[in-house]
Write a protein that binds this ligand. Structure first.
Ligand code: HC0
Ligand code: SF4
Length: 578
């Protein structure tokens, strides 16, 4: 089937829209609401206008290309004067109802609305108001996410991703006509809503309407306070996603540059969440073996905080099935304020633990009331990948110009390949198998990779013979909360036959977390490359099992005793709220 776009013949497939055919043939049409990766074409922004003349028809008409099917013999023009004028007017109208405080917006220079305004050649906005009326609220009630409705252009991508990709359905379209907007279900503030703070809505927002709660100012306070000892940790997935913020190819491992950047910022101690991931395996693996011996099945992993929020808010009956082991972020925090000061002779009250995470829900986790040591939070502050980039730019540090550095702390920085693969889906499970096998059999598992647990399918399963008194176990991994809903309902209804289930709330796991860099016009663009980079780290690590991490062995010998010891229980395990 053929049509013409701007005088060139294009071929197309049945059910193609004009926009799809144009894209496939290299013709750019601006859009703000449409997002192909999540099959979202609400037609609300109306900037994808084109002029068409249907076969056998002489009169051209203007249509929105995202939801108009292309037809045989159709003549399409994307750059006529009329199209350009109408697109420009449309963008002017969008800006008339937009808080244009661009210089103070976190999306400044990285905003799809700015891009489109440039594309249509808008040099003056006739309807601009110096003072934007504050009738549209800013919701700061969540510890993790800020919604600034003055910057919302009603594309409804966030509603679509929350409902269709995550199955949480916390966001809804509110009002009608000029009052149309996006709100939380039942008109609740975000902090009191069903939102689980996964941050997937932020990844698709074209403007600054959705973002994390920015904490860069507080980090700078800590860094320049001579009485404070700053202890930084960064998550498994950060090192393979952060380079993109500075223009490096997706999947570049910038661990060494991150260490160097933190030192240049003035960090006192730079450590690694991956070390704590190894500790988690020691605890969670031991806990799992105990539960299997007691006939308790299945056990769900507990390291993903949006999953914990989802379980608590949406399926409280599943909570008894969750591992009690804290996440690596929190195990790190508590050890950095107990074990580390004991070893290094530091006053624990001076320590501030700062995490760099590809995740918005980690902010939520850090303020949970059961994750405190007395009055002090285990983790003082969480920066997303995006905030960490903002911090470096604010402090004038260019990641690309830095020579890679290495960790120098003998207590909490070494990690195994098992700790590294936490950052991608199936990694926690694979890491646990490596250690449980050794515990049960006294020798290492041959061939440490468990292929069925690797991949991108939303649910993956494997049957593994662990040997010893446990024998064969059935494992499952599920990422993306829509699939999680199904698996949880199956477990509660007695329809699921699994021993251990890994859950990651974000589709793709932490390598595609809601705190990572946003890809304009795409959702989950770089997950594959980031995941492959994580597997490369595992492959090249001399130590690939958590129990063989010498710093983990030292932690148990000198501080914790055994996994699940009284001290380990007190520090590394938690409970959930019904
Ligand atoms: Fe993850 Fe984690 S693996 S949740 O995705 O378990 O954020 O990267 O830091 O805590 O380690 C995120 C990533 C972490 C934690 C670890 C786990
Ligand atoms: Fe929905 Fe996640 Fe956004 Fe909350 S953070 S509104 S759960 S997509």
């Amino acid at each position: 089937m053929q049509a013409t776009i701007n005088g060139k013949t294009v071929t197309f497939e049945e059910h193609d829209t004009i926009l799809e055919a144009a894209r496939r043939n290299g013709h750019f049409i601006p859009t703000l609401c449409e997002l192909h990766d999540i099959d979202h074409t609400p037609g609300t922004c109306r900037v994808c206008l084109v002029e068409i003349t249907r076969a056998g028809n002489r009169e051209p008409t203007i249509v929105t290309s995202c939801n108009t099917p292309i037809e045989e013999g159709m003549v399409i023009r994307t750059r006529t004067q009329k199209v350009r004028e109408m697109q420009r007017l449309q963008v002017e109208l969008l800006l008339a109802d937009h808080d244009l405080n661009c210089a103070t917006c976190t999306r400044h220079g990285d905003c799809e609305l700015q891009d489109v305004a440039q594309f249509v050649g808008l040099q003056h906005s006739r309807f601009h108001r110096d003072e934007f009326p504050r009738t549209r609220m800013v919701d700061t009630s969540s510890p993790a996410i800020v919604r600034d409705l003055g910057k919302c252009i009603r594309c409804f991508r966030c509603v679509a991703v929350c409902r269709n990709e995550q199955g949480v359905d916390a966001l809804v379209v509110t009002g009608s006509g000029l009052e149309t907007g996006v709100g939380m279900r039942d008109n609740l503030p975000q902090g009191a809503s069903d939102c689980v703070t996964c941050g997937q809505c932020i990844l698709v927002c074209p403007t600054g309407a959705l973002g994390e709660k920015d904490e860069t100012e507080r980090v700078i306070d800590y860094l320049y306070d001579p009485d404070i000892v700053t202890v930084f940790q960064f998550a498994p997935a950060i090192r393979v996603g952060f380079g993109e913020e500075f223009g490096l190819p997706a999947g570049t491992n910038v661990e060494g540059q991150i260490i160097a950047a933190l030192r240049q910022l003035g960090a006192d101690i730079v450590l690694d969440t991956n070390f704590a991931a190894d500790v988690v395996i020691m605890e969670e693996g031991t806990e799992l073996l105990g539960r299997l011996r007691e006939g308790k099945r299945p056990t769900f992993t507990s390291c993903c905080p949006a999953w914990i929020n989802f379980a608590e808010k949406h399926y409280p009956d599943i909570l008894p099935y969750l591992s009690s082991t804290k996440s690596p972020q929190q195990c790190f925090g508590v050890l950095a304020k107990t074990y580390l000061p004991e070893k290094m002779g530091i006053d624990p009250s001076k320590i501030r633990v700062i995490s760099i995470m590809p995740c918005t829900a980690k902010k939520d986790e850090a303020v949970r009331r059961m994750l405190r040591i007395g009055d002090t939070p285990e983790v003082d502050l969480v920066l997303t990948t995006r905030e960490f980039a903002r911090l470096l730019k604010r402090e004038g540090v260019d990641l690309r110009s830095l020579d890679p550095s290495t960790f120098d702390n003998p207590y909490m920085s070494a990690y195994s390949g098992a700790g590294a693969i936490f950052g991608t889906t199936g990694g926690v499970m694979e890491a646990a198998v490596r250690t449980m096998y050794k515990v049960l059999n006294g020798h290492e598992l041959e061939g440490v990779v468990i292929d069925p647990l690797r991949g991108f399918e939303p649910v993956r399963t494997a049957t593994v013979d662990l040997g010893g008194d446990i024998g064969t176990v059935k494992l499952a991994m599920c990422h993306g909360l829509k699939g999680v809903r199904t698996i949880v309902e199956d477990v509660l209804a007695g329809r699921a036959d699994f021993d251990f289930i890994e859950i990651m709330a974000c589709p793709g796991g932490c390598v595609d977390g809601g705190g990572h860099l946003r890809s304009k016009k795409h959702y989950q663009l770089h997950a594959r490359k980031r995941r492959d980079a994580i597997y490369d780290i595992d492959r090249t690590k001399p130590v690939r099992q958590s129990h063989n991490n010498p710093q983990v062995q030292r932690l148990y010998e000198e501080f914790l005793g055994e996994p699940l010891s009284e001290r380990a229980h007190e520090l590394l395990h938690t409970r959930y709220i019904r």
